[in-house]
Write a protein that binds this ligand. Structure first.
Ligand SMILES: [Zn+2]
Length: 223
């Protein structure tokens, strides 16, 4: 039997809580572009993970929850929307024909993130992961075009799938409200101390920029 949405959300929060102690602030230059999955996400506001929480922490949860919604919509489509299902099957077959699929099988913390770092002006990359994937895509034949009637019918089914996704999304958010306290407790335990330590370190290095005998302290010896 299919697990209820309530159970699935609870298990997704459990998995995120197991991962959170391993979270560390990013040491590399952050992305400039905001993440489309996390910015303004109703899932994250239901979970109480606001914009003051680092993106990596948000992304691990929003992706796990998105998987639940995607799965529910896939089941609904398979049962009720034959045209959309056929279209998805054809696209899936086309995907399987690709020899290089860098966006598949990633951990939730990395899924949906840009594959390549922001380019640095004047220093082009020799190659990018996105570029390699595009080259592979170009070698695969496109799907046959649809008639106007088929397109209209397909659009209608896509609308129904969207409505269903919104309904499941609202259900997921309602369930997440019940998990806010343990989510916030975990952020207070594992995330906030690391951010406070980073800010303190920054303040200290700004206070004494020309100290002739600096005390490197933990974590300051890295270049
Ligand atoms: Zn994100």
């Amino acid at each position: 039997m299919e697990r209820s949405i309530e159970t699935q959300v609870s298990q997704a929060v459990d998995a995120w809580l197991r991962w959170l102690p391993r979270w560390e602030p990013a040491t590399h230059r952050g992305r400039v572009a905001p993440c489309r999955r996390c910015i303004g996400s109703p899932v994250l506001s239901a979970a109480g993970l606001g914009a003051d929480v680092p993106h990596g922490v948000q992304h691990g949860l929003s992706t796990r929850v998105k998987t639940i919604v995607d799965h529910a919509v896939a089941e609904y489509t398979a049962r009720n929307l034959p045209l959309l299902q056929t279209e998805l099957d054809q696209q899936a077959a086309r995907n399987r024909a690709r020899s290089y699929r860098p966006t598949e099988g990633l951990e939730p913390e990395f899924d949906g993130l840009p594959m390549d770092p922001d380019p640095v002006p004047g220093a082009p990359f020799l190659f990018t992961i996105g570029g390699l994937a595009e080259e592979v895509d170009a070698a695969i034949p496109a799907l046959p075009p649809l008639s106007d009637e088929a397109k209209a019918a397909l659009r209608q089914e896509i609308g129904l799938a969207d409505d269903y996704a919104n309904m499941i999304g609202r259900e997921v958010c309602a369930v997440l409200l019940h998990h806010r306290l343990r989510i916030q407790a975990a952020v207070a335990q594992y995330v906030e101390p690391q951010i406070a330590a980073m800010l303190e370190e920054l303040t200290r290095s700004l206070d004494a920029p020309f100290d002739p005998n600096p005390d490197p302290g933990p974590g300051l010896t890295e270049p």
